[in-house]
Design a protein around this ligand. Structure first.
Ligand code: HEC
Ligand code: HEC
Ligand code: HEC
Ligand code: HEC
Ligand code: HEC
Length: 283
């Protein structure tokens, strides 16, 4: 009898223990938070910013970098990770573009490499609107709606905010050795020309880089030191299989007659980049 009572007490104690244990688990763990209206998201101003006239023509054509950067600081402030999520340190890795002899410093973002990195500052003066010619946040295609940009507008490319053909290709196309009368690619024959483009280009196509987004004088200076800076923009950093069809600006002692490959080429740079336009002597 005594044993039976003890056993029953033990069963009751264990059961009670379980009930308490479960009840404790069911009890709310956090303090009760009374309902409150969520903080109002400034939807209105976000949309206003998205549809800022600065994203559209004509305002984007005259926008200053400072105007864009007032909202897009991240473009110049964001930096690449020091290490990948799996732990590889960026300083121990080399990307293809870091192999060029003119590359300076650590890995950096696309925008910084074109706007504020040492080489960019020396040779170029790109602005936001050199590349960005406006985009429609609703329709990322030309001609998609009556009020969107025209189908044949080459400033735009489908689902891209920048048209690569009219920007990137100028500095990231192939080296057109065929039109230069060279026997083959530059890397194979550069030694024969003292690794210097000016061996020929001191007298050929000398009217070059007279555009607002390049520092023409600094480029010629860099060209005197060797071909690497020149080649960097004319084949050395190419990912296209084509070259940019550059304007063929007349130069002193230019031979008469236009070679076959240059038929139909413009004879001056794109109007919006002409330095003369900046100085106000053109309409
Ligand atoms: C008033 C603030 C403001 C100004 C000024 C402004 N932007 Fe924007 N921009 C925005 C906002 C907001 C978005 C939408 C961002 C998002 O939804 O991630 C945007 C989107 C963009 C995008 C597309 C980003 C994407 O991922 O879809 C580009 C490119 C861009 N802006 C470039 C520019 C350029 C170039 C200028 C100067 C001519 C400029 N913006 C001026 C606020 C601004
Ligand atoms: C060398 C050409 C070039 C220049 C100069 C340039 N951008 Fe861009 N930008 C691009 C390209 C290309 C993209 C990616 C577009 C896409 O995804 O379709 C981009 C993307 C962006 C985006 C989208 C978000 C992001 O970071 O990817 C914003 C915002 C932007 N640029 C703003 C600017 C501003 C502001 C400036 C001037 C300070 C500027 N860009 C200068 C080419 C350029
Ligand atoms: C006016 C000439 C010019 C134009 C236009 C240009 N680039 Fe570049 N690009 C350069 C130069 C110069 C470098 C090397 C920068 C350096 O080594 O510091 C470079 C480097 C790069 C790199 C590798 C560097 C890095 O760290 O990201 C990429 C990728 C690149 N460009 C993409 C583009 C794209 C995409 C466009 C078009 C939206 C473009 N570039 C337009 C001149 C140009
Ligand atoms: C053997 C002489 C020679 C050398 C060396 C040479 N070029 Fe040329 N280059 C030419 C000739 C010739 C043309 C075409 C001239 C014409 O328009 O009739 C030309 C044209 C060009 C063009 C314009 C191509 C076009 O499609 O309009 C570029 C850009 C160019 N050269 C860059 C360079 C660079 C950069 C180097 C050095 C890496 C270089 N060249 C080395 C002779 C040379
Ligand atoms: C930062 C990039 C960059 C560098 C460095 C560079 N170029 Fe160019 N080059 C360009 C661009 C962009 C154009 C097209 C400019 C235009 O639209 O007028 C161009 C155009 C040319 C043309 C055609 C000019 C014409 O209007 O007939 C020649 C030739 C040329 N470059 C040779 C050279 C030589 C030689 C060097 C070195 C001394 C050199 N480039 C360095 C970007 C560069």
């Amino acid at each position: 009898m005594k044993h039976a009572l003890a056993a029953a007490a033990a069963v009751i104690a264990v059961a009670a223990g379980f009930i308490l244990w479960i009840a404790a688990d069911m009890a709310p763990r956090v303090e009760f938070v009374p309902y409150a209206e969520p903080v109002a998201v400034p939807e209105q101003s976000y949309l206003r910013a998205v549809y800022s006239p600065l994203h559209y023509r004509p305002a984007i054509g005259t926008a200053t970098d400072a105007q864009c950067l007032a909202c897009h600081r991240e473009v110049l402030e964001d930096r690449v990770r020091a290490a990948s999520p799996s732990g590889l340190k960026s300083e121990s890795l080399r990307a293809w573009y870091q192999e060029t002899p003119t590359y300076a410093g650590e890995q950096d973002t696309f925008h910084r490499r074109h706007l504020v990195a040492p080489l960019a500052k020396r040779l170029m003066s790109l602005q936001c609107n050199t590349c960005h010619q406006g985009h429609d946040p609703r329709e990322e295609a030309q001609g998609a709606a009556a009020d969107s940009v025209q189908q044949d507008d080459t400033g735009f490319a489908l689902r891209k905010q920048v048209n690569p053909e009219t920007t990137c290709l100028k500095c990231h196309g192939q080296f057109p050795w065929q039109v230069m009368g060279l026997p083959g690619p530059w890397v194979e024959h550069k030694a024969a020309f003292g690794n210097n483009c000016l061996t020929c280009h001191a007298a050929i196509r000398t009217q070059r880089h007279e555009v607002t987004y390049l520092n023409g004088t600094a480029i010629e200076q860099a060209g005197k030191e060797g071909a690497d800076a020149c080649y960097g923009c004319h084949g050395g950093r190419s990912w296209y299989r084509i070259s940019y069809p550059y304007a063929r600006t007349p130069w002193p002692e230019m031979p008469a007659g236009v070679p076959e490959w240059a038929r139909g080429r413009p004879t001056q740079s794109e109007a919006r980049f002409l330095k003369r336009a900046e100085q106000g002597t053109r309409p």
